[in-house]
Design a protein around this ligand. Sequence first.
Ligand code: DGL
Length: 250
Amino acid sequence: MKIGVFDSGVGGITVLSELRRRFPGLEYVYLGDTAHVPYGPKSPAQIERLSRDCARVLRGKGVEALVVACNTASSLALPAIREEMGAVPVFGVVQPGAQAALDAWSDGSPVLVLATRATVNSQAYGQSIRGGNASVTVIEQACPLLVPMIEEGWIDHPILHQTIREYVESHARAHSAGVALLGCTHYPWIQDAIQKALPGWKVINSAQAIAELLGKQGVVDRADRGRGKVEWIFTDPAAVPAFAKKWVQE
Ligand code: DGL
């Protein structure tokens, strides 16, 4: 079985890694739109158009299911992507991420969603989490500088640590504990740095959640013998940061 995985850049590799770990017998096509990353500051219409283009490429590759491994595209372009993919099932990361936050949540503490500006503006996470439990306090924090830094390869740079602190410090001061949901698939690359800035908080990500969901829903045929092979497509291959190349060369 061939699964398509799509992201604006190298963030979806965190989802792909989870999928390969859980379903090592499948075959994958990864599409990173590195020519147009970041999606987060773009308008909903631009995000929809770019997502459609990516979906068309993956449909042309004959994928039998598509994982939209980008929270921004999942928040703003799922109906458009489904339209492009026809009968091919399409799975976004927002619903499973929201469910994972609810599962990790304990009474009284807030859920802090860290995401791109477009994802936060769409309110997809807030609606999804509150739809599951209306009593949960959801704080949505846009972190627009993080994706460009990660794509630049600054995953352990002092500026990255300082920037994370700027985004989360007030929340860490206001609440000694809570659930921090990484609502952007780039952020698991810097999960340790985020955890350091939010001591006492449970930091979770939607990458694990979507892989779990596919398993539970019986979408994947585990008997397949694709050997975890990945076809890598980047719309600008020269823009792939060095830390991610290690995965791409495997
Ligand atoms: N990985 C994308 C996400 O999950 C990043 C979006 C961007 O390119 O800004 O939202």
